[in-house]
Design a protein around this ligand. Structure first.
Ligand code: PEP
Ligand code: MG
Length: 368
């Protein structure tokens, strides 16, 4: 009823006036970005780019990965560039004037590759195997990983596929130029996933800065995007002081951080077998739902302290699913994060909880 809507609106207004945590949303389409904005998101904390390589674009991705030489790969990347530029232009337009954190590609490699078994069967059963299939199978076999979630994902993939990061960064930079020329205020930020060592970020960031400078020079429009990293591996949290030398912001990826801290597969928690384990009462709620304060939370605190010791005032957020869980939002407030980023539909809940946490005045303490 109108009465309820009014009460909620007033509660949100009050929460917004007292909260210190910013609330952003995770979104990777202009539609989701617009929805997030309507729910009161103050930016996009995580724009995943993996889905942008599926569907009709899969063929180009295949070509890029399986390219026999630089020319072939560059051709595939050149075909992907305008598509990516349009992706980013749409999202920056929907979020005009607000920060949009675009994450460089982070798929497990097998999601990129054609299905290995299917391909093997096709080659084995064909009377006259297709030469392309044979070549493809050979490449897929060479890139096969038994544990893709612990394999060449995130920054690792960026480091081994020449030109991939440069293409994505160019697409972001050109989108910023296009929006600037259209009179907009694009605020793109570039985020590097799955970093475990500062050296990875140093290499990747140099490439990002090189491309940003190149596009600025070509276009005459200065493109300045903060470059930051996800903290989603225990090693990243433990070496955050060094990682902060190369990062202009941190964002905790608590989905992966929970997975790698506990050694649980995040993809299998829904399975019946895993539920049987959850029923044993080891924890009150699944650690994928509510942040585990003793383990993952401790890593979060270490990374916040070490990161800000290197870089005072370092901007720090969280973009794992926990960013929309009230108890976890409360923890992120006490851990002195700057923002949480969650699904668009969770934005009002996060705003309310951020207000409640501010009123509880538990900042810095370990109180629950
Ligand atoms: C995370 O790991 O928490 C995260 C936000 O990244 P993704 O879920 O895409 O791995
Ligand atoms: Mg992750």
């Amino acid at each position: 009823s109108a009465g309820v809507v009014d009460t909620v609106a007033r509660a949100l207004e009050h929460a917004d006036s007292v909260r210190r945590l910013e609330v952003r949303a995770n979104a990777d389409t202009p539609e989701d970005a617009a929805r997030a904005r309507r729910f009161g998101a103050q930016g996009i904390g995580l724009c995943r780019t993996e889905h942008m390589f599926l569907g009709e674009r899969r063929k180009l991705v295949e070509e890029m990965i399986l390219a026999g030489d630089d020319t072939e790969r560059e051709r595939a990347l050149a075909a992907l560039l305008p598509l990516q530029r349009a992706d980013f232009t749409g999202i920056l337009e929907a979020m005009d004037g607000l920060p949009v954190t675009i994450r460089l590609i982070d798929p497990p490699l097998h999601e990129f590759l054609p299905d290995r078994t299917e391909l093997a069967v096709r080659v084995a059963t064909a009377e006259q195997p297709d030469a392309h299939d044979v070549e493809l199978l050979d490449a897929v076999n060479r890139m096969h990983e038994e544990n893709p979630m612990l394999g060449l994902r995130g920054v690792r993939l960026g480091l081994v596929i020449p030109g991939l990061v440069a293409m994505q960064v160019r697409a972001v930079a050109e989108a910023v130029v296009a929006r600037t020329r259209a009179g907009g205020s694009p605020e793109a930020e570039i985020m590097v996933p799955l970093v475990g060592a500062v050296e990875e970020l140093r290499i990747e960031r140099a490439e990002v800065e090189r491309v940003l400078a190149e596009v600025s020079e070509e276009s005459g429009v200065p493109v300045r995007c903060p470059v930051g990293t996800m903290i989603e591996l225990p090693r990243a949290a433990l070496t955050a002081g060094r990682i902060a030398e190369e990062a202009e912001f941190f964002s905790f990826g608590t989905n992966d951080l929970t997975q790698t801290t506990w050694g649980f597969s995040r993809d299998d928690v829904e399975a019946a077998f895993f539920s049987a384990y959850l029923d044993k009462g080891v924890f009150p709620a699944s650690p994928f739902e509510t942040l585990d304060r003793d383990g993952v939370g401790r890593l979060v605190r270490i990374a916040v302290d070490e990161g800000r010791a290197t870089r005072p005032g370092l901007k720090i957020g969280v973009c794992g699913e926990h960013g929309g869980d009230p108890a976890s939002v409360h923890f992120f407030h006490t851990a002195r994060l700057d923002y949480v980023s969650c699904s668009p539909f969770r934005v009002p809940v996060a705003r309310l909880e951020a207000g409640r946490a501010a009123l509880a005045g538990t900042e810095g303490s370990d109180s629950r």
